[in-house]
Structures are given as C-alpha cells and as structure tokens.
Design a binder for this molecule. Structure first.
Ligand code: C2E
Ligand code: MG
Ligand code: MG
Ligand code: MG
Length: 292
C-alpha cells in the first residue's frame, strides 16, 4: 500500500514495520486532515523582561490533539510535517491564528504583548510566503513589529542565500527576527553579523549547565549585547538561574520557572496578574499608528 507523500514521494506501509515507523506512517497521513478537523492548538509560553518582571511577549508552540493518540508534541509531528511539505500549510495556519489573536486583543482593548512564531526551513522555500504574510497583515490589521519570527541555525545550513533573502524581506516588513536554540548549530558567529537578527535565544542546554559553569552563558549574553541584539534565555527553571541571568544583563527569560506553555485563557489570566500595572505591554493607541 503506497500513500502519496508530497511531490513524487511515497511512504510504503508493509507488515515488517516496527511500532515506531507504523505510528509515524499513520500520523503522517492523519496530519493532512489535522487543520480542517481542528485538531491543532497553539499554546503560548510567556517571555518575561528580567528588569521589570513583566510578560513582554509569548512564544507560540504547536500541539496536536490527536483523536486516537492524545496530545502530541511538535518534536514528534513537526519533522513528519516537514518531510511531507504539509508544514507550509500548517505554518501559514499558525501565522494567521496568531495575527487573528492579536487583532482580537486590539479590538477588545487588551494590553498587547508580542508573539513569536517558529518557522521551518521549508517555509522559506514557499513561493508565496511573503505575499501571503502581507495579505494576512492587511486583513487582520496587525502591526508587524508585534510578531517575531524564530529560526534555528539549521534553517540556514540548507540554503544560506535563500534564507538570507527571505529573512531580509521579513525584517523589512517589520517583523522581529530571532535566532533560536543559539549555540547548538554551526558558524553562529558569522550568521550573527550578516543576518538581520533582532534577538538571540540561548538554548536551554546552556541554561541547564549554568550551575556547573555559567561563564559560557555570560559570554553569550555579552556577545549579544555588543551586537545590539536582545538576548533571551530559554528553559529557565530555577530562581538561581534567573538571578544569575539578571545579573548578566540578559534581557528576557522564558521557562517553567515562570510558566510552561499554556492555553489562551491561561495566558490572558497570567498577563492580568503579572502585568497588573500594564508596564511592558503596549496600549492600542501606541500601536495603532504603526499598522501597515
Ligand atoms: P523551541 O522553539 O526551542 O521551543 C522551546 C521548547 O522548550 C518548547 O518545547 C517548550 O515547551 C520547551 N520549554 C520551555 N520552557 C522549558 C523549561 O523550562 N524546561 C524545559 N526542559 N523545556 C522547556 P515544545 O513546545 O515541545 O516545542 C519543541 C520545538 O518544536 C520548538 O522548540 C520548535 O522548534 C518546534 N515548534 C513548536 N511549535 C512550532 C510551530 O508552530 N512551527 C514550527 N515549525 N516548529 C514548532
Ligand atoms: Mg522557538
Ligand atoms: Mg529554542
Ligand atoms: Mg528548537
């Protein structure tokens, strides 16, 4: 039995498959229907300003509520979506959802925070990416500066030239651009200088090793600061880590210490408690003039 998989690609199911590849095979096929069946859900993890302690933005993190397998995490299904190319459709769905959410907050006059979106390399090869994104921005009337595009170094390894072009276009639209999982890839330093990044996200593996040796993290923060990049620490789990990061002038922190990824209602409630005096969030008046 052969199933069509992207352009000219086939996954063949056969009886000799082990449980893991059987599951991947099933999931890959189910994924095509996941959007229309409304099984995808975006959770949000707050990013906290180390100086004010307020939530300044949130990262959108995808979950798949599968009718048979329960809640699935991106590490399992994003690679499958990338393999088949369906990630392009899923990626665009995420962008639209995020923009509609921001529009909704603007409509009801909630204090606004930025939202970051993870991008896969395949999206950078989508022919109409920029055009479609502009269309979404025009329809939703969301100021692009509220949105941050998160990319990893592995995105560039595939095609540095194309990635640079697309990132420059995204930046010129007005999006923030962050380099995710910093420190886990290659050639980081040359990318930092030539790519239009506005922020650098230190990978959580470095934060976890801080109790052994914090010098690497403090050096990365200094590097980011000197390049005028906003520095974000990922995977902050302890008060000790937070204290050190604050002392090193890390700009923002994200991690279980503050909140795991949570749903929209929980995010709104958390913003209401943590940002009660509205510091760090922007008012509708402040951002209205910056709509494109
Ligand atoms: P990422 O962008 O590096 O996201 C951070 C991951 O770290 C998230 O895993 C988050 O739940 C987890 N995390 C946050 N705080 C802590 C902490 O204190 N300790 C630990 N141990 N982990 C923490 P998640 O949600 O499972 O997402 C995994 C990856 O999947 C993301 O890594 C991102 O690369 C990818 N991803 C998620 N959503 C999307 C999406 O919409 N599109 C694409 N293309 N990729 C996505
Ligand atoms: Mg990310
Ligand atoms: Mg990361
Ligand atoms: Mg990652």
């Amino acid at each position: 039995r052969a199933k069509k998989k992207g352009k000219n690609k086939y996954t063949v199911y056969h009886s000799g498959m082990n449980m893991q590849s059987y599951r991947s095979f099933m999931l890959q096929n189910d994924l095509r229907k996941a959007i229309e069946r409304q099984e995808l859900e975006i959770l949000f993890q707050p990013r906290v300003d180390t100086k004010t302690g307020k939530i300044v933005s949130a990262e959108s993190l995808l979950r798949w509520n599968h009718p048979k397998w329960g809640m699935l995490f991106p590490n399992e299904f994003i690679p499958l979506a990338e393999e088949t190319g369906i990630i392009v459709e899923i990626g665009e769905w995420v962008i639209r959802q995020v923009c509609e959410q921001l529009r909704n907050w603007m409509n009801i006059g909630k204090p606004l925070i930025g939202i970051s979106i993870n991008f896969s390399v395949q999206q950078f090869f989508q022919k109409n990416l920029i055009q479609n994104i502009k269309q979404i921005l025009i329809e939703t009337k969301v100021p692009p500066e509220l949105i941050e595009v998160e990319v990893t170094e592995s995105t560039f390894l595939k095609n540095e030239e194309n990635s640079l072009l697309v990132l420059r276009e995204l930046r010129s639209i007005g999006f923030q651009i962050s380099l995710d999982d910093f420190g886990t890839g290659y050639s980081s330093l040359s990318y930092l200088r030539h790519f239009p990044f506005t922020a650098l996200k230190i990978d959580k593996s470095f934060i976890q090793e801080m109790n052994v040796d914090p010098s690497l993290v403090s050096t990365i923060i200094k590097l980011g600061n000197s390049l005028k990049l906003s520095v974000v620490a990922e995977g902050v789990e302890t008060a000790e880590q937070f204290k050190l990061l604050k002392n090193y002038n890390c700009d923002e922190v994200q991690g279980y210490l503050f909140s795991p990824p949570i749903n929209l209602n929980e995010l709104e409630a958390l913003i209401a408690t943590m940002n009660n005096d509205k510091t760090g969030a922007q008012t509708v008046e402040q951002i209205n003039e910056r709509i494109i």
